[in-house]
Design a protein around this ligand. Structure first.
Ligand SMILES: Cc1cc2nc3c(=O)[nH]c(=O)nc-3n(C[C@H](O)[C@H](O)[C@H](O)COP(=O)(O)O)c2cc1C
Length: 168
């Protein structure tokens, strides 16, 4: 049985995922892209991974980066998710939408949950590269002490979560 691109995409569209934006600083300025491929990889030591397609305008910067930031988006950051998946020139264009950390990476304003990673391994696989990052710093802020409601991507659409009501 042949797996076509359409059948592969159709299955993966049914796989819901949280939404992250990966940022880094390149010689040319800040670089970043929206990614749903972020996954927890190891607790001890703390490692995460994500993948980047070889056609991405961010691939050259990522290959050179020692560190990156992973922003885990909440439901109020749908516009950010869209911006970082569309035209690269608009991603950091708005003044005040980001700032530079003292460690040199671009931090997106209004992001409550983010991690700073050291880029440890780049593993080419098919048309993409799997990036393994060591977690150097974790930031988990909150407006009211509760976990921020996440942004979800499923079937080509950005969604918010809704708890299932226990019918029993
Ligand atoms: C919801 C969503 C998830 C995405 N996840 C990834 C990802 O995990 N890895 C990746 O390389 N690109 C991912 N992309 C695509 C990039 O965000 C970006 O659109 C693409 O790399 C083209 O950008 P470019 O013009 O900078 O090359 C995703 C896009 C969307 C909308």
């Amino acid at each position: 049985m042949t797996v076509t691109a359409d059948s592969y995409r159709a299955a993966m569209r049914r796989h819901p995922a949280g939404v992250a934006v990966i940022t880094m600083m390149a010689d040319t300025g800040p670089v970043g892209f929206t990614a749903t491929s972020l996954t927890s990889l190891s607790l001890d030591p703390p490692l995460v991974c994500f993948n980047i397609t070889h056609t991405s305008s961010s691939i050259a910067a990522l290959r050179r980066a020692d560190t990156v930031l992973v922003h885990i988006l909440d439901e109020h950051q749908c516009e950010t998710a869209r911006r970082f998946s569309r035209s690269a020139e608009h991603r950091f264009a708005e003044a005040g939408s980001w700032s530079l950390l003292s460690t040199g990476e671009p931090l997106l304003a209004g992001t409550l949950t983010w991690m700073r990673l050291s880029v440890q391994q780049l593993i080419p696989a098919g048309d993409s590269t799997l990036v393994i990052g060591g977690v150097l710093h974790v930031q988990c802020d909150s407006h009211d002490g509760s976990t921020p409601p996440p942004l979800i991507y499923h079937d080509g659409t950005f969604l918010r979560t809704m708890p299932l009501v226990d019918a029993g």
